[in-house]
Design a binder for this molecule. Structure first.
Ligand code: GLC
Ligand code: CA
Length: 550
């Protein structure tokens, strides 16, 4: 296969995203163009050629709406306006248009579970129990010292916030500044659908639905995720707002089961295109426990991947990802930050991109960016600050709590994109809102583009392969050697095409015999060059075989 020519997808067909690779941008950290230390929409436009070179088909844009930024834009105060530091509505329209010219669809992040407390609806709701917007949120009567129940918010503290003027509590699953919207109220749902149509009319090609599994909450029964009316709501949402042909929709669903995912991503398009599920990313975590509370185990990771690959085959659709703006960098986590940074970054990419589903690349992942050495003073994320305090309250020492943040805090993924070896990594001419990782002198896009062996070009090849060969989209998944602690080996098969992927997850040389069926297969991709008798540290190989016509 010729890797240089990347096929262009026909996006007029439903399901185009099954051959696509998407790229997540965290706008605050991508590129600053006006010297205020904050990334902005013109900064994204400036790098569209870079993204086209990589070969991606769409951008999942983390929220750009107007917001007080309590949770970096996941607290929206106006769904139809752009947060001024990021740019104007005109900039957004230019982005949609310019991306479109390059075959890149814009997928906006939609936060439908909650708004900001500064949203007009909430400000009105605060005015009185009989205000028409009061019922847009979830309220409970009570007294200041007796919340309705002991539910906790994700970012710490009670999920109930007392409003003395009303003599009522409002419910918030996240920060105090993120009151939950009341999906039981049909007016709320109608407002949200109209707002979605506003963006579709502007040319947005899809949406990522923030914590969509939490919209059908029933707090008085202590239900947050997977409420009884959830799929009814999602189906209505799809019918009323996503009817546009080709729209790609992805739901963020922590703790979803395969059966639920089949509903969400049913091939009849009754709900969404696909779900983001997190089982694989939680293999080193006790259920309900802290990150890292369970040691990483390759057999466990393989089991989870197999479960989802097989579980949704022909009946639903997976998202494939290792990083996002809420997770640490994967090289720091399952790869090697040191000597084998490049090899391990490519190996992890190969493991993931060979599978069935739609891969997502998080900005900087294509460079093999690693967790930055942030200090406590530099960390800004509400979740991280809360985590730190909770650890101390549990009796951890400040050093232990800091080690936890270094490994797991969300700001690990949010430091500025590393464009050059120069000042502020070419991200900004001013002091960036989060520090730049000092390793930008080595790890940066400019260096990657100049090096044919870079992580960047490995991703580029993987993207081209997915669009060129149907086996990536259609093949069945078979896990080989499930108990092997060092190697991740699997095949993908259609009637005529066969793919074999082998990944060494360790820094050791590991002896391995290619299965007989693949002895004559073509080496599609590797992170070392021609295969040797043993697999080298973090070596990854991808072989391809096509049955000859009889
Ligand atoms: C999702 C987002 C996360 C945000 C939360 C609340 O999990 O990915 O960044 O803090 O929802 O909106
Ligand atoms: Ca800026």
């Amino acid at each position: 296969m010729d890797n240089k020519k990347i096929p262009v997808l026909d996006k007029s067909k439903w399901g185009w995203w099954r051959s696509a690779v998407l790229y997540q941008i965290y706008p605050k950290s991508f590129q600053d163009t006006n010297g205020d230390g904050l990334g902005d929409i013109p900064g994204i436009i400036a790098h569209l050629d870079y993204l086209q070179e990589l070969g991606i088909d769409g951008i999942w844009l983390s929220p750009v709406y107007d917001s007080p930024q309590v949770d970096n834009g996941y607290d929206i105060s106006d769904y139809r306006a752009i947060w001024p530091p990021l740019g104007t509505m005109e900039d957004m329209e230019t982005l949609i248009r310019e991306a479109g010219k390059r075959g890149i669809t814009i997928i906006m992040d939609l936060v439908l579970n909650h708004s900001s407390d500064k949203h007009f609806w909430f400000q009105e709701a605060l005015k009185g129990r009989d205000n028409p917007y009061h019922d847009y949120y979830v309220w409970a009567d009570g007294t200041p010292d007796a919340p309705p129940n002991d539910m906790r918010a994700s970012f710490g503290g009670s999920a109930w916030e007392w409003v003395p003027e009303l003599g009522q509590y409002y419910f918030h699953q996240f920060a105090v500044g993120q009151p939950d919207l009341n999906w039981e109220n049909p007016k709320v749902r109608r407002e949200l659908y109209d707002m979605i149509r506003f963006w579709v009319d502007k040319g947005v090609g899809g949406f990522r639905l923030d914590v969509i599994d939490q919209i059908a909450k029933e707090p008085f029964r202590k239900i947050t995720k997977n409420g009884p009316r959830l799929h009814e709501f999602v189906r209505e949402l799809s019918r009323e707002a996503f009817i546009e042909e080709g729209l790609v929709t992805v739901g963020e669903t922590w703790g979803v089961t395969v059966d639920q995912a089949k509903l969400y991503s049913a091939p009849d398009a009754s709900e969404l295109s696909m779900v983001f599920q997190f089982d694989h990313i939680c293999v080193d975590r006790e259920p309900g426990g802290l990150w890292g509370s369970r040691p990483f185990s390759l057999p466990a990771l393989k089991r989870v991947m197999e479960h989802w690959q097989k579980g949704l085959y022909g009946t639903g659709w997976n998202s494939l990802f290792l990083e996002n703006h809420d997770l640490p960098r994967i090289v720091s986590r399952w790869g090697d930050e040191g000597q084998y940074r490049v090899q391990s970054a490519k190996m992890l990419a190969t493991m993931l991109h060979g599978m069935a589903g739609t891969p997502y690349i998080y900005q900087g992942e294509e460079l093999g960016m690693t967790n930055p050495p942030l200090t406590l003073e530099e960390i800004v994320d509400v979740g991280a600050i809360n985590d730190y305090q909770e650890r101390l309250a549990e009796g951890w020492s400040p050093e232990q709590a800091m080690r936890y943040l270094h490994a797991w805090c969300r700001d690990n993924a949010r430091t500025p994109m590393q464009w050059t070896a120069g000042e502020n990594a070419g991200f900004s001419t001013a002091k960036p809102w989060l520090p730049v990782d000092p390793n930008h002198t080595r790890v940066n896009a400019q260096a990657a583009l100049a090096d044919p062996d870079s992580v960047f070009y490995h991703y580029k090849k993987l993207i081209a392969l997915r669009k060129g060969l149907n086996v990536f989209r259609d093949g069945t998944f078979t896990l080989l050697e499930p108990e092997d602690e060092k190697l991740f080996v699997y095949t993908r098969d259609t009637d005529r095409e066969h793919l074999l992927v082998v990944c060494n997850f360790t820094a050791d040389a590991v002896a391995w015999q290619r299965p007989a069926a693949f002895v004559d297969a073509e080496l599609l991709l590797s992170n070392y060059g021609a295969p040797q008798a043993a697999l080298r540290p973090y070596e990854a190989q991808m072989f391809y075989l096509e049955d000859r016509e009889a």
